[in-house]
Design a protein around this ligand. Sequence first.
Ligand code: TYD
Ligand code: MG
Length: 460
Amino acid sequence: MARLRTVYNCGDCGASHYKWAGKCDSCGAWNTLVEDVEDPNEVSTLAAGMALIPPGTAQPISKLDANMGQPIPTGISEMDRVLDGGLVPGSVTLLGGEPGIGKSTLLLQLLAAWKTKSLYVTAEESAQQVRLRAERLHALNDNLWLLSEPSLTNIVAALDSVQPQLLVIDSIQAVADPALGSAPGSVVQVRGCAHRLVQEAKHRNIPTILVGHVTKEGGLAGPRVLEHVVDTVLSFEGERHHALRILRAVKHRFGSTSELGLFEMTELGLVGVPDASQMFLADRRPGTPGSVVVPTLEGQRPLLVEVQALTNQVAGNVPPRRSAQGLDPGRLAMLLAVLERRARVSLAQHEVYASVVGGVRLSEPGSDLGLCLALVSAATNTPTPSDLVVCGEVGLGGEIRHVGHMSRRLAEAARLGFTRAIVPANSQPKGSGKAHAGLTIQVAGTLSEALALAQLNVRS
Ligand code: TYD
Ligand code: MG
């Protein structure tokens, strides 16, 4: 039998070192190395379903049963959308998110909707607390078994006695294996417990969900290695002061990671938001300078969002403030430079605030033109037409560049009653387009043309 040997693992990137050092060679982080024991007998991560085939048995691909890993729908449609169908038996999913964002609430609702026997292990709250929350959420389900227990040994024992068809661990940072010796939440514990739970999930062929708290910087607190150990990593995000919550797949072994789930946090827990555009535009006040509606695409889903800008002239030599919320600050700086050089709109002496309404983050360049128009609208104190949507990427030459899936974006705009769209010349949807009937499409080749179409007159 191979001997155990001491290693030092980085708490940030998970890299192993045979000697302790102040700095991790792999990711450069300081003071993150923690002592651990390397176990040569440790099982490496297996994809779900692999436990059903004897190890080391090669088979012709055509003989394999493709139905083995069919996802089971969770009953929460926004979640199934992100998971590409549901939870695959034997798979392990890590649900990450900041404390208080709603992870426990989401999972309790999932468990309430689950058809077969399930086990919810809460290592952070008492069983009474969970029961009270379940009552408030109308989530009492006779198939749902509850265990308030931080010890891994007892959790595994409960798996044997309850024999659930779904396991939820809330949270992996609060679970500890007494045999490992170090404190709960340490790299050694989190990694060790996760490995064991992955083995149990494969061996029992049940889907397992691990909750993981993330730090402010967005990384999973403790070892990043968890991301490699599990099949799926979901991230639950949102602004604490907004009701909107976004669920996305960061990694998914069984499907695409491009879909997005949208929820609203209400008195009765999380409610799916099938019509997100409507929600984002609910508080919009047409006719306000600096506001432009952009048809964006998140995954396969078109979303209309309002981009807002505010500019304010300031005196003095101090560089004026720039603030971007829900937008990339670098992109804002670039667009301000393009506006100055290519459209003769100088905001060098202005404070500039730009934001996306509703706590959404816009990362696609298709929102460039909308932001430019919002900036000029704010600077000239001229509202853009209230029935207008704007979409296009802006290049350094002031040219408006192609944006994909224009038909889908425009159909969403037409559905919500918009009647005009400014789009890039080569993104014009082909054919008459029944889906966006009622929408007058105007094409712009340059930033100046787009400003003229939106009736924003720039003083020269
Ligand atoms: P929780 O699920 O406990 O967050 P996490 O497990 O990610 O730490 O949810 C925390 C917040 O959600 C809490 O501040 C209260 C709020 N909340 C509601 O607004 N409505 C509800 O029905 C519930 C259960 C929670
Ligand atoms: Mg919680």
